[in-house]
Design a protein around this ligand. Structure first.
Ligand SMILES: [Zn+2]
Length: 145
């Protein structure tokens, strides 16, 4: 079940399409992502493919946004080069995006059915990393006195 909570941000898609068309080159950079920061700015990035597990465009974008002082993202979209259109985030990115930005909305779907969905809907029954970190007090060994 998908909840349509927001109008699709077409300006964000256009930004990603532009980066995909103008900045993706060869096999190293084949995907572009664009995100809307909380302050309204659009941040863009491309993937850095490497066989050892180079980061997807969404992950590069998180670092790029932080480097520009944008630590809170409202929405994100990824687009493939060579006119492949909107591409949904892979499983790893879904997990990372959920952990960084639990309220994030992700643009998914095809051109005739694009929609913005909460990242939580893309990862149902999700593992929340922060919920499984023992705080320092809990991990202190019991006193023996
Ligand atoms: Zn990914």
């Amino acid at each position: 079940m998908t909840t349509q909570t927001d109008r699709v941000d077409h300006e964000l898609i256009r930004a990603a399409v532009h980066v995909a068309a103008t900045r993706c080159r060869g096999d190293n950079h084949t995907m572009a992502a664009a995100a809307r920061a909380r302050d309204g700015r659009i941040i863009t990035a491309v993937n850095a493919y490497h066989f050892t597990g180079g980061p997807c465009a969404e992950l590069v974008l998180i670092g790029t946004a932080a480097a520009q002082g944008a630590y809170d993202l409202d929405s994100i979209v990824a687009v493939g080069d060579r006119d492949r259109g909107v591409v949904p985030p892979c499983g790893r990115c879904r997990q990372v995006l959920l952990d960084y930005f639990p309220a994030l909305k992700v643009i998914v779907g095809t051109n005739d059915g694009l929609r913005m969905v909460p990242v939580t809907e893309l990862l149902p029954e999700s593992y929340i990393w922060a919920d499984h970190q023992l705080d320092a007090e809990e991990s202190t060994p019991l006193s023996t006195s």
